[in-house]
Design a protein around this ligand. Structure first.
Ligand code: AMP
Length: 417
């Protein structure tokens, strides 16, 4: 048995108190933006039957082939720690008969996910995502609304140098026909392609668009594009999504080579990158429409669209501008009975209160209150029975004779949250 110092498992990390204010600020922005638009919070279990992801995400994807944490329970059932949120949310929609609710059903989540990937900055084996899904409506406004909301959240928290890449994959049939055409095109130019691309022509021809070598790039400049082969209905949907993003002033670039690593996407796909992140991990979030997913999971045909964004990456990209929120409305400087009763009463009134617990002098207590970014400080004089209240933002000082006065003033200065 090893007796060394224990550490968190490789690729996982603790969220320490020092990071809590930024995470809380981000969660509050996400909640306000999404709930303001009618998205309701959903929480699904940390593990699911493995079948959900094999069927929902697709057996040919990297996630299912290489990245899932799969284990057997005592009843020999195969279970998997969720690697993504869309399949579980769709499973919950179908399982709980949410098709009976007014459509679309709009949901959001803030949860951790698990993928056995090689750890790098911004890439972990357990990571957190905020995500939103709208299930049960197929019109272009839903696509544009979701992209607009993701853009709004990232802009508001200060993720710098945002770039929205937008594409459309059409239907599964369009994609299959296009794939054949692309493979044929690559075969006719095989001698100019890199060895790596040549070997993967049949396996993953779309990857050729990402190649760096000059020969392949020249060939790809003349390659057929999926966007040019969309059928009339899909092309019209794509144009309508773009028109709505234009109307909402959401900047985007059309990327005809955008391929997302999951099998379930149809029509609109998008990815948001930030120039504030290293190129290899530049994706902050992404998503798309998945009109075939419900049927893949054994349900009736149901359209849906959603996105997920990585919390760790948002926080890395937003770092300097994401202001921590005040989480202390009132600091009670004093440890006597009056001070203790004031703290208890103020907490009952709904204030976030911290009390002096380490015997600091009035000066030391004021310093501690400043460190906590307390909005107000109450200096309690137990003998005189008075309480001096300082507003740390305006510097205003007032004297109160009872707890009720202090609480009324602190409630007025309180930060919304
Ligand atoms: P995906 O569903 O793979 O497009 O992931 C959506 C977002 O989640 C990405 O844009 C990243 O911000 C984040 N993400 C995905 N995988 C990881 C990971 N292994 N570690 C940290 N963040 C991740």
């Amino acid at each position: 048995m090893s007796t060394g110092k224990l550490q968190a498992a490789r690729g996982t990390q603790d969220v320490l108190p020092a990071q809590a204010p930024e995470r809380l600020a981000l969660e509050r922005v996400a909640r306000r933006v999404l709930e303001g638009a009618g998205y309701e919070r959903i929480e699904t279990p940390t593990f699911e039957a493995t079948d959900l992801f094999s069927r929902g995400v697709g057996t040919s994807t990297d996630i299912v082939q290489k990245e899932m944490f799969t284990f057997r329970d005592r009843g020999d059932r195969s279970l998997t720690l969720r690697p993504e949120g869309t399949a579980p949310v769709m499973r919950a929609y179908l399982e709980h008969g949410m098709h009976k609710l007014p459509q679309p059903v709009k949901l959001w989540y803030w949860e951790s996910f698990f993928r056995d990937e090689r750890m790098q900055a911004g890439r972990y084996k357990q990571f957190w995502q905020v995500g939103a899904e709208a299930i049960g409506a197929s019109g272009p406004s839903v696509d544009a609304e979701l992209i607009t909301l993701l853009h709004a959240i990232l802009s508001e928290v200060g993720v710098g140098d945002l770039k929205v890449r937008l594409g459309s994959l059409g239907t599964a049939q369009t994609r299959a026909a296009y794939r054949e055409r692309l493979v044929a095109y690559l075969r006719t130019h095989e001698e100019r392609l890199s060895a790596e691309v040549r070997e993967r022509i049949d396996l993953n021809p779309l990857r050729a668009f990402d190649a760096d070598d000059a020969g392949t790039r020249e060939v790809m400049a003349g390659a057929p594009l999926l966007l040019d082969e969309l059928d009339a209905g899909d092309a019209e949907h794509f144009a309508a999504v773009r028109a709505r993003l234009d109307a909402a002033d959401v900047p985007y670039v059309i990327d005809p080579t955008l391929v997302r690593g999951l099998d379930y996407y149809t029509r609109t796909v998008f990815e948001v990158e930030s120039g504030a992140l290293a190129a290899a991990q530049a994706a902050v979030g992404g998503g798309g429409r998945y009109d075939g997913l419900a049927e893949q999971l054994g349900g009736p045909a149901t359209p849906g669209i959603g996105w997920a964004a990585g919390i760790e990456r948002i926080l890395i990209a937003a770092e300097p501008s994401l202001h921590p929120v005040a989480i202390c409305d009132l600091y009670v400087a004093g440890e006597g009975l009056t001070a203790f009763a004031l703290a208890a009463q103020a907490r009952k009134a709904g204030l976030a209160v911290q009390q002096e617990l380490a015997g600091r002098s009035a000066k030391g207590a004021l310093k501690q209150a400043a460190r906590l970014r307390a909005t107000c400080v109450a200096l309690v004089d137990e003998t005189a029975g008075t309480i001096e209240l300082r507003d740390t933002e305006s510097g205003e000082q007032t004297v109160a004779t009872d707890a009720a006065q202090v609480i009324a003033r602190a409630l007025k200065g309180r930060h919304p949250g």
